[in-house]
Design a protein around this ligand. Structure first.
Ligand code: SF4
Ligand code: F3S
Length: 373
């Protein structure tokens, strides 16, 4: 374990060493801990000077209780959490918090598991944090998702209704997500709609970025309140900016350099994916800066357009994924994409018919071949 300056000073003055913090007990060096706090202040869009305040809050922490509920979901957000890194964020979360109930990863099962949840409701009323993953079906009294003989709706009303706050992770828990896509057979909704009186913050995404969950919890632990949100209940630090405005391909958008067909030279050279249906101009999320998988990449960097997974009413409003958005403002030199390169224009998304799609693709293919020549 690294010795801090403070510890060395204590030694020089022959004072007893400070009690080891929870981090030191876990074998996390002071340097890594401070790096984590600095990364958190950056994730929260705070000046780097907030890092010591975060460090102090986490040093003094009294592990608050967290329960994690799963309803109509694919467990993708749990998977994302378990694979979090830089530093081992999952470990940090598990060490910061007392994770008393999580159906997928807890050792207990059956009545034992139910008792763990009942214990939290009994002893921690109004103090615990609830995380919800997955949507909640309302149709037919919520019978389409039941756990331990209770509907997801009744569990959510009881557990979220008595929590200090609920964090809806992923688009399904935030807004209904894929289960709520038309025709929405189960009447799926997000937590806020299922439990109207509860304090809910939404961290949409498919899956969420676990760094944003950690930052939200760190914000609560540091400042004693949830971060400021937009009108869709999303924290501004993570959803305050458009993908399009932080995208590394933006200069190509402004210069009129677009991918016209998958695998063309523009695609190989990292040009803009707008014409391939990228929904970055209408999507608010910090994917370009926060990134996924140890910060190595994000959808657009990997060569696919953003599909707008963090927006309300995803999937219905963001599909078809490969039709381009009409009327995107902000073209630099040229006024619209249609004016860039005669013959490259495709019909607007609203006007596209099946026949139109085929024609547009065929036209693009011909054009691409000409460009290649
Ligand atoms: Fe990036 Fe998509 Fe915007 Fe192009 S349209 S700059 S790929 S976000
Ligand atoms: Fe989703 Fe678009 Fe980010 S698809 S993960 S919001 S780049």
């Amino acid at each position: 374990m690294d010795k801090t300056k403070e510890e060395q000073l204590d030694n020089q003055q022959n004072k007893p060493l400070k009690e080891p913090t929870i981090w030191e007990e876990k074998g996390i060096s002071r340097r890594d801990f401070i790096k984590f706090c600095t990364a958190m202040s950056a994730a929260l869009a705070l000046p780097v000077t907030f890092a010591p305040k975060i460090a102090q809050a986490l040093d003094e922490i009294k592990r608050p209780t967290l329960v994690w509920l799963e309803f109509q979901d694919c467990a993708g957000n749990t998977e994302a959490l378990l694979r979090a890194t830089t530093p081992d964020v999952a470990t940090l979360i598990l060490d910061i918090l007392s994770l008393d109930y999580h159906e997928t990863i807890m050792a207990a099962a059956g009545h034992q598991a139910e008792e763990a949840l009942n214990g939290v409701l009994r002893d921690q009323k109004g103090k615990y944090i609830c995380v919800v993953e997955g949507s909640i079906p309302l149709r037919d009294d919520g019978i389409y998702c039941c756990i331990g003989g209770k509907s997801a709706l009744s569990i959510a009303r009881e557990v979220c209704g008595n929590a200090f706050a609920t964090i809806a992770v992923g688009t399904c828990a935030s807004y209904g997500g894929i289960p709520a896509a038309a025709p929405n057979p189960t009447g799926a909704v997000g937590v806020k709609d299922a439990v109207p009186g509860a304090t809910v913050i939404n961290l949409p995404g498919c899956p969420l970025n676990p760094d944003n969950l950690t930052a939200t919890i760190v914000h609560y632990l540091t400042f004693g309140k949830l971060p400021e949100t937009d009108s869709h209940g999303r924290p501004l630090f993570a959803y305050g900016k458009r993908i399009h405005d932080a995208c590394e391909r933006r200069s190509h958008f402004d210069a009129g350099q677009y991918v016209e067909i998958w695998g063309d030279s523009a695609h190989r050279n990292g040009h803009c994916l707008y014409k391939m249906g990228c929904k970055g101009p209408e999507t608010y999320h910090n994917c370009p800066t926060q990134r996924y998988n140890m910060k190595t990449s994000w959808p657009v960097a990997s060569g696919h357009g953003c599909v707008g997974c963090s927006e309300p009413n995803f999937w219905d409003t963001m599909s078809p994924f490969y039709k381009r958005l009409p009327n995107v403002p902000g073209f630099g030199i040229e006024s619209t994409a249609d004016k860039i390169g005669a013959g490259l224009a495709v019909a607007t998304a609203a006007a596209l018919t099946a026949h139109g799609v085929i024609s547009a693709v065929k036209k693009d293919k011909d054009t691409d071949e000409k460009m290649e020549n």
